[in-house]
Design a protein around this ligand. Structure first.
Ligand code: UDP
Ligand code: MG
Length: 316
């Protein structure tokens, strides 16, 4: 069996060599393999290390981006250029233990197209765990695809699954959702949460929050419908209130006052309007990026001929 391992890297000079050695150690003996590292515009020595590794070991392939395009783009690039009959996607920081390879491949051979590694949350901060749980509850209510807590990008994909992912050309990629959307036979493998071996995480709270919103908005138009429903609710409540006030006036005449009701209705309706415009704006923003049809990534350098050729073509 020919296996590809895809590793997106962004400023990972501190761990890269260890990661490489760990991967090599854990690839089952009966597999031929390639390791495809994507350097996502790192500002440290990641690219140099990759080139040295490739020089020493012909199994190592690399693609170097012209700048940082994000992990989603790295994965997409990787999936387009892997040659294996199956690919395992994993992080460069060893938070995804290569010790699972053997088990994943066994399941693949049993006919599963996606073998998904799911981490426990041991060692995570309590508030993070809590937020994540609540988030998944909301997401699963709001979107059509089912997403699971602890399930990330660490997984094995069969050729069929890779082809399916590549057939989704959208610009705003939320791979957790995409992987779930394509379906196919899936098997979950659990593993203990691992701390990053070295270097630091690229996820700030703000980035996480944006990623979360992206997750909710990329999969359907339910949020738009909620705005619609909020609007309907507002109208019904105001209608009842207007009728009630009208009869009050008929019975008792006009009594000035109503400061509280005026202020609160302005605030509530204003809030709902802003929220709805925000949601609308998010979708328009997404459409804006989709219609531009810009490439997901630009390759600066690679030791894969096909990638290099495509790059030269684009330069001409
Ligand atoms: N990564 C990437 N491009 C980016 C940010 C991250 O390719 O813009 C890679 C990074 O090198 C790592 C993986 O994505 O291999 C996961 O990133 P990180 O460990 O920072 O995320 P966390 O594990 O903290 O969620
Ligand atoms: Mg990590």
């Amino acid at each position: 069996m020919h296996l590809s391992v895809l590793i997106p890297c962004y400023n990972e000079e501190k761990v890269l060599k260890t990661t490489y050695q760990e991967i090599i150690k854990n690839i089952p003996k009966h597999c031929t393999y390639e390791l495809l590292f994507i350097d996502d515009g790192s500002k440290d020595k990641t690219a140099e290390i990759l080139k040295t590794l490739a020089h020493e070991d012909c199994h190592v392939k690399y693609i170097i981006f012209s700048r940082n395009f994000g992990k989603e783009s790295s994965m997409l690039a990787g999936l387009s250029y892997v040659t294996g009959e199956a690919v395992i996607i994993m992080d460069a920081d060893l938070q995804h233990p290569p010790q699972l390879f053997e088990q994943m491949i066994t399941y693949y051979k049993q006919g599963y197209d996606q073998v998904i590694a799911r981490r426990t949350r041991t060692g995570d901060k309590a508030h993070k765990t809590f937020l994540a749980r609540q988030y998944y509850k909301v997401v699963n209510k709001l979107t059509d695809v089912k997403m699971q807590d602890g399930v990330g990008d660490f997984r094995l994909l069969s050729r069929k699954a890779i082809q399916a992912i590549l057939a989704l050309p959208e610009y705003n990629r939320f791979s957790k959702g995409l992987f779930s959307w394509i379906g196919f036979k899936q098997k979950i493998v659990d593993y203990e949460n691992q701390e990053r071996v070295a270097g630091e995480t690229k996820w700030s709270l703000k980035k996480l929050l944006n990623y979360g919103i992206q997750g909710i908005l990329s999969f359907n138009d339910k949020p738009l419908r909620i705005c619609f429903q909020l609007g309907l609710m507002c109208i019904s409540v105001s209608f009842i209130y207007i009728l009630w006030t009208f009869f009050e006036i008929l019975l008792h005449g006009v009594s000035v006052g109503g400061y509280f009701t005026t202020i609160s209705s302005i605030l509530v309706i204003g809030g709902i309007q802003l929220l709805s415009i925000g949601v609308l704006g998010e979708y328009i923003g997404k459409i804006y990026y989709e219609v531009k049809k810009r490439p997901h990534f630009l390759i600066d350098e690679s030791n894969i001929d096909k990638a290099q050729d495509k790059n030269n073509e684009e330069e001409k």
